[in-house]
Ligand binder design. Structure first.
Ligand SMILES: Cc1ncc(COP(=O)(O)OP(=O)(O)O)c(N)n1
Ligand SMILES: Cc1nc(C(=O)O)sc1CCOP(=O)(O)O
Ligand SMILES: [Mg+2]
Length: 210
């Protein structure tokens, strides 16, 4: 059977988080290093600017056959023919996304509370973001710090693909995968690196060791 979620290293990119190079270059380098899924996350930009960035990013990712996920904004995702969207509790719920986008390929949903796991919104999702595994300065409006025990606990409840996010780095990559995550999602470990290709390669190597 074909694995519906074969992705292991997920770059969540924001232009502002890219400290040493243009975000398009960072994304391309990261893909060359081993990133196999990319999310564009722009919380502070207009829809027009978000859409423009998404088109630019998709053009690059298409060359490498790497899918693009759009954070929060269904309109932008559909317009650029992205692979899918990622939403959380404060966004348009997954069941409504499915109604508005019939042929979506990949729908991600953040899990902040255990009781979310027993809902139709989780059922509608293709993967779940463990939000966050470790508290991170990159996103401060989070609630539950799941930790490794939380990853294990969520793994014991659901068979959905699990994406670990929040301070993912080389030092904890193996432990998080061993705890039950299928994929690691990173912002700063790649975007803040002077060498995004090498940063991605090191993360990928750790994941592949498990
Ligand atoms: C892979 C992944 N996991 C979790 C999130 C967080 O989504 P959300 O809770 O909607 O918060 P914002 O990113 O919108 O601030 C994510 N984006 N990606
Ligand atoms: C985009 C995002 N979502 C999170 C969540 O917990 O839902 S944490 C996060 C940012 C992760 O950044 P870094 O890799 O720099 O820690
Ligand atoms: Mg969101």
């Amino acid at each position: 059977m074909i694995n519906p979620f074969p992705y292991k290293l997920y770059l969540v990119i924001t232009e502002e988080a890219c400290l040493h190079d243009h975000f398009l270059k960072v994304a391309e380098q990261a893909v060359k290093g081993g990133v196999d899924l990319v999310q564009l996350r722009e919380k502070e930009t207009s829809t027009t600017a978000f859409q423009q960035k998404a088109f630019q990013l998709k053009e690059i990712l298409d060359r490498y056959n790497v899918p693009l996920i759009i954070n929060d904004n269904l309109e932008v995702a559909k317009k650029v023919e992205a692979f899918g969207v990622h939403v959380g509790r404060s966004d348009l719920p997954p069941t409504q996304i499915l109604q508005k986008w019939k042929n979506i390929n990949c729908l991600g949903y953040s899990i902040e509370y255990e009781n979310q796991l027993y809902t139709k919104e989780t059922e509608a999702a293709d993967y779940l973001g463990i939000s966050p595994v470790f508290k991170t300065p990159t996103k401060t409006d989070t609630i539950t710090e799941w930790g490794l025990s939380g990853v294990r606990h969520i793994r014991s409840i659901t068979q959905k693909p699990l994406v670990a996010i929040g301070l993912m780095k080389v030092e904890n990559a193996q432990k998080v995968i061993k705890a039950g995550a299928n994929c690691l999602a990173v912002v700063s470990a790649i975007c803040a690196s002077k060498n995004p290709a090498k940063a991605a390669e090191q993360l990928r190597n750790e994941i592949e060791k498990v």
